[in-house]
Design a protein around this ligand. Structure first.
Ligand code: AMP
Length: 293
């Protein structure tokens, strides 16, 4: 059955929601039989417009769109916000249904990690800089869960956000080196009206923290302007601004997009990511901008 909204035809679909690996495998097998191109959008839930843009892009890319909603414990460090990470499952499912998602996978941690863990990933220098420096073991947990999700869903396409650029780069390395037969797509960062990158963690911000939070992106843009104007950058001005605000810098710099190494003098013809993380109170905010010289 179909109906029309502003001239767009929307097919009424049943959203399949599964929580067990067995059920997921059955649904994936059925979807494969249809011969439809299948996309996966992995998330930790508490869906916002950034996630929804990824799902919309998945719809453009494929005919069967699956979303995973799983707050993966292995990517949280012991002192991090695993237990208080926002969980809004019913609202998330409603949003997926409205968008026309075909399948949502919502496993428990026990379902995902029911076996002994004899194998661990060990990531190179790609995980030592930027976020990996202050979150040792985080990307190993990300790679572990994404590897499992790729094996379970066997998607043709998987979509991740540029917001987590280091995550995307590391997952790309995993896909290349472990021969996952899929196309990886990086979707642009979706922002609030004032430039703040949308994040499930933004809801932790107090009113005053929320006011100052866009300063991270303003500083990233200032570094970008410096580089475009003079091909050199000096962090002292932006560092002073951040230090004078209520944001505490975790890291801020310019990194090569391939090796994620810190670059002092960007060169013509190369691509870089200007990336940073700050703490607003106890909330960690990240952001970045890609540039090509
Ligand atoms: P998360 O639920 O935070 O693990 O994010 C799931 C996916 O959504 C990841 O690929 C993120 O990079 C992506 N994502 C999160 N926030 C945004 C945003 N503001 N814009 C675009 N993609 C995002």
């Amino acid at each position: 059955m179909a109906f029309f909204i502003n001239n767009y035809q929307v097919d009424r679909k049943i959203l399949i929601v599964v929580s067990s690996i067995d059920d997921l495998r059955k649904e994936v097998a059925k979807a494969k039989l249809t011969g439809k191109k299948r996309a996966l959008v992995p998330t930790m839930g508490a869906l916002h417009k950034g996630h929804l843009a990824l799902i919309a892009q998945a719809m453009d890319e494929a005919d069967f769109v699956a979303v995973s909603i799983f707050v993966n414990p292995t990517q949280f460090l012991p002192h991090e916000d695993l237990s208080k990470y926002p969980r809004t499952l019913q609202t998330d499912l409603d949003a997926c249904k409205d968008l026309g998602v075909d399948l949502v996978f919502t496993p428990t941690a026990e379902e995902m990690y029911s076996q002994n863990q004899y194998i661990q990933f060990n990531i190179s220098h790609l995980a030592n800089q930027m976020c990996g420096k202050s979150r040792p073991g985080h990307f190993e947990g990300v790679v572990q869960v994404v590897n499992k999700l790729f094996n379970l869903f066997q998607p043709d396409v998987a979509i991740f956000g540029q917001k987590d650029f280091q995550q995307f780069r590391i997952i790309k390395a995993m896909v290349d080196e472990f021969n996952h037969p899929l196309k990886l797509i990086m979707a642009p960062i979706v922002r609030e009206y004032d430039g703040l990158a949308r994040s499930s963690r933004n809801r932790y911000l107090s009113e005053s923290e929320r006011k100052v939070a866009p300063l991270l992106y303003q500083c990233i843009k200032e570094i970008k302007d410096q580089i475009y104007q003079a091909r050199v950058y000096n962090l002292s001005g932006v560092t002073a601004k951040l230090n004078a605000s209520d944001l505490k810098i975790d890291y801020l710099g310019v990194y090569s997009v391939k090796e994620l190494t810190l670059v002092e003098k960007p060169e013509l013809g190369n691509s870089y990511v200007i990336a940073g993380a700050v703490y607003a109170g106890s909330t960690r905010l990240i952001d970045n901008e890609l540039i090509k010289l």
